[in-house]
Design a protein around this ligand. Structure first.
Ligand SMILES: [Zn+2]
Length: 369
């Protein structure tokens, strides 16, 4: 194992942070998986999974069982990890500018396209190297002046040449679920199956430039333009490991073992594994109903993560104890509740829960704020 520290720009002198990455297995085998956790720093179930993976990967490496490289970044957001304010851990947004730590990743497409268009050959492996080198050049050429930007650049430099990149998050209160792209899904599906993930939502354009599709969508767009000279370059997914309070050994061991199974499937770990049969279900991210409250008040949730609801079913009630107004929040289409807020005082317009349905009902920007 190699431990590398990538320094970030210090916002003021004396406060410099770095990204700690742990590199396991051979780097020259032409296979690389990148795994990071807690990019939203207050989402910690993935950090425990990463730590358990670290122990397992160390042992696998010592026994010579790693056939490819695994890069692990357990603390993907040291900036947010230090946002403890009046006994509350924040960590989703940068305090300086309000920017979400999982948005605004640099889109390398135009730079890569311009660099490679005249150099592609019929050798797809050669093209793959060419594209990855162009991505790296584009990432290094960005103008980076803030800690937030240097954080994004550091994570992209560590992950841009991976065959698979996994971003471990969680929701507020939730069942395990995943987000991926239609491009990546066939290769991500075995992981969803190993994790027993029953809600897997796909899109190709979510808006907001999140981390998980910062690489796979470049390959997809290049493939759309240059055809079969472009091989499959990278698969990406966000794995939502239940809710914020779900940091425990039972879940973390189960999830880490599922990722180890997946590394077997990818031939990163030698030897066979027993995979669950069947295919993990998937649905369109635009078919998610995001439930919002039209008024502020005491939030009484009626639906639990995992519940199946029919159109018209009650999800929650919002109560104004001063005016006695009670506002029911109902779902408009059938679907499965996969997450809900952990706040119990709702503010007007607040998102209170998410239900994965079958019918596409949204367009444009598809992510949470
Ligand atoms: Zn998150």
């Amino acid at each position: 194992m190699k431990h590398i520290q990538t320094p970030l720009i210090a916002p003021v002198p004396g406060t410099q942070r770095c990204i700690d990455s742990f590199h396991f297995g051979p780097q020259d085998a032409g296979k690389k998986v990148y795994i990071q956790s807690s990019l939203h720093a207050d989402e910690l179930p993935g950090m425990l999974v990463s730590w358990k993976l670290k122990q397992q990967l160390l042992e696998l490496e010592q026994h010579g069982l790693l056939l490819g490289e695994v890069v692990l970044v357990p603390v993907a957001n040291p900036i947010g990890q230090n946002q403890h304010i009046m006994d509350i851990h924040l960590g989703r947004y940068e305090l300086e500018n309000g920017a979400n730590f999982n948005r605004n990743y640099y889109d390398t497409y135009s730079d890569v396209r311009a660099a490679i268009a005249d150099q592609l050959s019929d050798d797809t492996q050669h093209n793959k190297q060419l594209i990855r080198a162009a991505m790296r050049t584009a990432l290094l050429a960005q103008t980076v002046t803030t800690e937030y930007q240097s954080h994004h650049q550091a994570l992209q430099l560590l992950s841009h040449d991976a065959d698979v990149m996994l971003d471990l998050h969680c929701d507020f209160e939730a069942m395990l679920h995943t987000y991926s792209t239609y491009y990546s899904w066939p290769g991500i599906e075995p992981l969803a199956r190993a994790l027993d993930s029953q809600v897997n939502m796909l899109a190709n354009e979510t808006g907001g430039s999140p981390f998980d599709c910062s690489v796979d969508m470049i390959w997809q767009r290049l493939q759309a333009e240059f055809g079969e000279r472009i091989p499959q370059g990278c698969l990406g997914a966000t794995i939502e490991l239940r809710g914020q309070a779900d940091v425990n050994d039972t879940y973390a061991e189960k999830d880490a073992n599922a990722i180890i199974q997946y590394l077997h499937i990818l031939d990163i770990i030698s030897g066979d594994t027993m995979m669950p049969e069947g295919t993990a279900p998937s649905s369109d991210l635009a078919a998610v109903e995001t439930l919002k409250t039209p008024m502020g008040g005491l939030l009484v949730l009626h639906a639990q993560p995992g519940d199946w609801l029919q159109a018209g079913d009650l999800f929650a009630e919002v109560i104004d104890p001063v005016s006695d107004k009670v506002e029911p929040i109902r779902v408009s289409q059938a679907g499965r509740v996969y997450s809900r807020t952990n706040r119990r005082m709702a503010t007007a317009g607040m998102l209170v829960g998410n239900v994965a349905g079958e019918k596409v009902i949204r367009s444009g920007y598809l992510l949470a704020p």
